[in-house]
Design a protein around this ligand. Structure first.
Ligand SMILES: Nc1ncnc2c1ncn2[C@@H]1O[C@H](COP(=O)(O)OP(=O)(O)OP(=O)(O)O)[C@@H](O)[C@H]1O
Ligand SMILES: [Mg+2]
Ligand SMILES: [Zn+2]
Length: 466
């Protein structure tokens, strides 16, 4: 039966909070407490702390993390190290790989096929580069050391990334680290630990009961004349930190034992964001299948490419394409102010609409209520906050040509949504995003398109749309 590793990623965007110390020493503790559990450690950082702690003299050189990330099975690269811990040697050449790890699930796949079993610790750099992001996606457990409020604040990008990955909040555990027990507060929170724990709970994250104190003895373990780094387990007996690591290791083992088998399903179970990511495929694929004509005026967009100002897509992704800036602004002028190009005040309305429409995503949800055809129109800013909400009542579809001021809106909806399963009014929706008229296609590039979908996912979740 194929085995899969249980991956523990240690991450924080703040440097020097004790990530590497935590990763190395937890590996040593886990192995000491459970001899038959394979424990492997590797680092995406370019210092060689792991090598200095685990290397045994006289070993044949094997590859490093670099080769692992280039696709060599990690199982073949692991060296048996000190204290029974396996390690993959570090490399200073990982930054050249970032482009290859744009897909945040790349490492998850590599680990699933690595031949590794037991527990794998991944130590990361203090930033959210693509390798760190991959390590967060691959993790069964993410440990985030936090030493003060600013490091908690610094963790918000990690929280956001995990949320995007579709993982449960339980995957993450905060560990108060390097806590100076002498600092006491004169308020309901007695000390830093209590304050951190309270704030973490408010954010919905768990914080381990055990924190790690500052200890000069622990600090001294990294500076030795022989260049080696010694573990807390063997070289800091009698310190408070010694017992704290034991408690945290016990906590990890309890979590591991409580895990339902098989783990493979956890590794490959896609979250909502990942399902979405698959649907979107790649940039070239997204450029395919765009509608030829502007759904408002019917003109072939390639005839006047510079006129493109908006990108739209439907909830089932069946209709996607560009809209002329002027066409969609007209739709909004009519829909929001009841003004057409012949009306007085149209110029002003157009200016207002143009300014806003360039910044806001517009959601259009047509539905039929008591026989009347309505459109729920909402606009959202880039962070997903709703800026405008109107309910428009159109004449029932089929009653001639729509009804005057809403003609263009009606055309837009009919053209884009009529092919939808169930048709307009059955829960289908359309979102229109502003694009850069100089480079409209750039909205379909990886990063920007991911943001488009994050925004859409957020809107849909908030409105209960599917
Ligand atoms: N409990 C502790 N008490 C005292 N010093 C500690 C403790 N834990 C770690 N240190 C020291 O703090 C420094 C930073 O620790 P470490 O390298 O583990 O942090 P890091 O988060 O991995 O840093 P970076 O972000 O640079 O990778 C090291 O010199 C380490 O020896
Ligand atoms: Mg480190
Ligand atoms: Zn048009």
């Amino acid at each position: 039966m194929q085995q899969y590793p249980y991956t523990i990623t240690i991450s924080s965007e703040k440097g020097g909070v004790g990530k590497t110390t935590l990763a190395c020493n937890l590996a040593v503790y886990l192995k000491a407490m459970r001899d038959n559990l394979p424990v492997t450690i590797l680092s995406f950082d370019n210092h060689f702390t792991i090598d200095r702690m685990f290397a045994l003299d006289g070993q044949e050189p094997t590859g490093s993390v670099l080769e692992m990330l280039e696709g060599e099975p990690a199982g073949d690269l692991v060296r048996s190290g000190q204290y029974g811990v396996g390690y993959i040697p570090s490399s200073t050449r990982l930054s050249g790989l970032h482009a290859r790890f744009k897909d945040p699930l790349t490492l998850t796949r590599l680990l699933a096929e690595s031949g590794l079993s037991g527990v794998v610790f991944i130590d990361t750099r203090p930033d959210l580069n693509p390798l760190t992001q991959n390590a967060l996606y691959a993790a069964d457990l993410v440990l985030v050391p936090v030493m003060d409020l600013s490091s908690l604040e610094n963790s918000k990008n990690i929280f956001a990334l995990l949320e995007r990955s579709g993982k449960d909040k339980d995957v993450l555990a905060l560990i108060p680290c390097l806590v100076d027990e002498r600092i006491k507060f004169d308020c309901e929170f007695r000390d830093q630990k209590t304050l951190l724990r309270t704030l973490a709970a408010e954010l919905g994250y768990r914080c381990l009961n055990t924190s790690i104190s500052i200890s000069p003895k622990v600090e001294s373990l990294t500076t030795n004349p022989d260049g080696k780094i010694y573990p807390i387990l063997t070289h800091a007996q009698g310190t408070e930190v010694h017992g704290q690591f034991r408690e945290i290791a016990q906590d990890l083992l309890r979590g591991l034992d409580a895990l339902p088998e098989p783990r493979a399903s956890c590794l490959y179970r896609p979250g909502p964001a990942e399902r979405e990511a698959r649907k979107m495929a790649t940039y070239p694929a997204r450029l395919e299948g765009l509608a030829e004509c502007c759904p408002v005026c019917g003109e072939i967009v390639a005839k006047r490419p510079e006129g493109r100002g908006f990108y739209y897509e439907t909830s089932d992704w069946a209709r996607r394409g560009f809209l002329h800036a002027s066409c969609f602004v007209d739709v909004l002028c009519c829909a929001l102010y009841g003004l057409t190009s012949n009306s007085q005040g149209y110029g002003i309305a157009r200016l207002m609409v143009t300014g806003n429409a360039g910044k806001l995503a517009t959601l259009l949800c047509p539905r039929v209520v008591n026989g009347s055809y309505r459109v729920d129109l909402r606009q959202f800013d880039i962070s997903g906050d709703q800026q405008l909400h109107r309910e428009l009542i159109l004449k029932a579809p089929g009653e001639g040509e729509g009804d005057g001021i809403y003609d263009r809106l009606f055309l837009l909806l009919r053209d884009t949504l009529s092919g939808q399963e169930g048709g307009p009014g059955k829960g289908a929706w359309l979102v229109v995003h502003p694009v850069d008229p100089k480079d409209p296609e750039s909205i379909l590039e990886e990063e920007r398109y991911r943001n488009v979908h994050l925004l859409q996912a957020g809107i849909c979740a908030a409105l209960g749309l599917s």
